[in-house]
Design a protein. Sequence first.
Length: 135
Amino acid sequence: MKTCSTCGRDKEHSEFYPKRGQCKECVLARCRAYYRSNLEERHEYDRKRSRRPERRKYRLESGKKDYEKHPVRVKARWMLNNWVRLGYVVRPDTCPRCGRSDVVVEGHHEDHSRPLDVEWACRTCHRRIEGRLVK
């Protein structure tokens, strides 16, 4: 057992990062608080970083690889995004599965050969549909 220097609770050694006096929970809480307090600064940094030539080159190469690997999936994504942008398809404001309205709603394609036949879901529900999130 080890005592956290921040919250003062006794926890197992596995709940601490190596060579730290704080438990993982307290470190994560501190990181979240810092991130929220410097949000505009972080957004500006991310915007500048995304404009760097090596980042643009990586994005372009990554997109090409994705298209070569999954052309039907990429075309379905393009078509849906274009139809949403043009107003032919309306993206809901709330997740139809969980009802949350504070999130971006994504389209899930069960069959990529039918690009406009999507199930709308927030990111969390979308990951559950795809089986990438277990809970």
